[in-house]
Ligand binder design. Sequence first.
Ligand code: ATP
Length: 234
Amino acid sequence: MLRLTDVNTYYGPSHVLQNISLEVERGEIVCLLGANAAGKTTTMKTIFGLVRATSGSVNFNDEAIERKMTGDIVKSGLALVPEARRIFGRMTVRENLEMGAYSRSNKQEITHDMDHVCQIFPRLQERLKQVAGTMSGGEQQMLAMARAMMSRPKMICMDEPSMGLSPKLVETVFDTILRIRDEGMTIFLVEQNASMALNLADRGYVLQTGKIVLSDTAKNLLTNDLVRQAYLGG
Ligand code: ATP
């Protein structure tokens, strides 16, 4: 469904992504693991056209998207839950959800989907009128996920959904990711929390200083020596 082939991305002279190739098949949860500054967020930004790859291709549903505008990429069915959530802090929860549907016009369908995401995230239902910036970190993460779902995506990319959350909330977020997948969503997950991510994902890639150094099933990665030493605390 999503395929990156030999992608290279630079910030000025700094060669941040070096020949990245990876793919995510329909219905899978695939995670990208890596330490600080490995290039995980840059991978996400490159997929969404927020930074441009210098070479290589990004395909979504057999269509080249590496030259498309971010808004058109979202319209084609790919949604992003960005790092640090980036909800609209001064807007209400309802307005944030409406923003997620900005590229859609069928009001009836939007209302239906609003009800549906509120079922998945009951906490948001209770807080539709609350100013989003006053919610807890966990609630904001739920809102960021719900907002992404409001674009009716075929696939969701999530950048470090566990960041800054308590272990209990991380569990809730990861349970919700599984639930969304069980409803038929395809998910690409960037995470520093390797243990949680590998227990959730079908497959994973390991990114080290801009290069993919490992790719395997999540089960095999959990017992891989390099992964255990570098990302699972031995
Ligand atoms: P983290 O988990 O800490 O967010 P990451 O794996 O997501 O790390 P990136 O944010 O992709 O890493 O950064 C990869 C490298 O690119 C880092 O060395 C970072 O300093 C650099 N970098 C990121 N954004 C820019 C930018 N806008 N301009 C210049 N360098 C950047």
